[in-house]
Design a protein around this ligand. Structure first.
Ligand SMILES: Cc1cc2nc3c(=O)[nH]c(=O)nc-3n(C[C@H](O)[C@H](O)[C@H](O)COP(=O)(O)O)c2cc1C
Length: 196
């Protein structure tokens, strides 16, 4: 696939078929994505892939986190329960949830470098998957920062940063493109340091 076409025609996918993608194919996508740039070759990305019963449990942990966060505050118990059921039903339709995390470097600059590299990795995952007709939605809902949720998926909030959860599967529907604005680029051609 032409690189420019892949970058511009990839879309975030919100509706998936129930078909599971073979683990070998998923491994191939993540391995390709690991060619992302990363400082000091730290390769800071880690993936926990939830599918089948693992996805059912993950959906429950996400619902529990929403409830703790006060998401349904102000609604009647009945309405709150309906809202949570709706979210759970939506989550259970997604065949794969790839939780992407990294170790937290204690040095802030290195932490930011690692975070940037993991984001480059995620975009590579999106593009590599798109090239195989697999859709991805990059999500960053507040539960990714919920300490209890992080512990419940087997990580340690002190040590690990959850960067995203990628919802993945064969697209049921591909949404239209959202056109981009012109990028504000300033070309600094003239000398600009004031010298006395
Ligand atoms: C850091 C990040 C977090 C995102 N989180 C969400 C999210 O939580 N829910 C969602 O529907 N889309 C999320 N998106 C996807 C954007 O909504 C999507 O990229 C944007 O609407 C443009 O659509 P396109 O990717 O199809 O061009 C996120 C994207 C990024 C980069």
């Amino acid at each position: 696939m032409d690189l420019y076409k892949a970058i511009t025609e990839r879309r975030s996918i919100h509706e998936f078929k129930s078909t599971l993608i073979e683990e070998k194919e998923l491994r191939g996508i993540f391995q390709t994505a690991s060619w992302a740039p990363n400082h000091r070759m730290k390769q800071p990305w880690n993936v926990k892939m939830f599918q089948k019963d693992g996805a059912v449990d993950l959906a429950q942990l996400i619902i529990d986190s929403y409830k703790r966060s006060g998401f349904t505050d102000g609604y009647s118990e009945e309405k709150a329960e309906k809202m949570m059921e709706g979210i759970k039903k939506f989550l259970l339709k997604i065949p794969h949830h790839a939780l992407i995390y990294m170790e937290k470097d204690q040095d802030f600059h290195r932490y930011e470098e690692d975070y940037a590299a993991v984001c480059a990795f995620i975009q590579n995952v999106q593009l590599a998957a798109w090239g195989k007709n697999i859709g991805v939605l990059w999500t960053s809902s507040p539960y990714i920062s919920d300490e209890k949720f992080i512990e419940e998926v087997g990580l340690n909030e002190k040590k690990h940063k959850v960067v995203a959860v990628l919802q993945m599967g064969i697209p049921e529907r591909i949404p239209g493109a959202k056109p981009r604005d012109e990028v504000p680029i300033t070309f600094c051609r003239e000398s600009f340091i004031k010298r006395s």
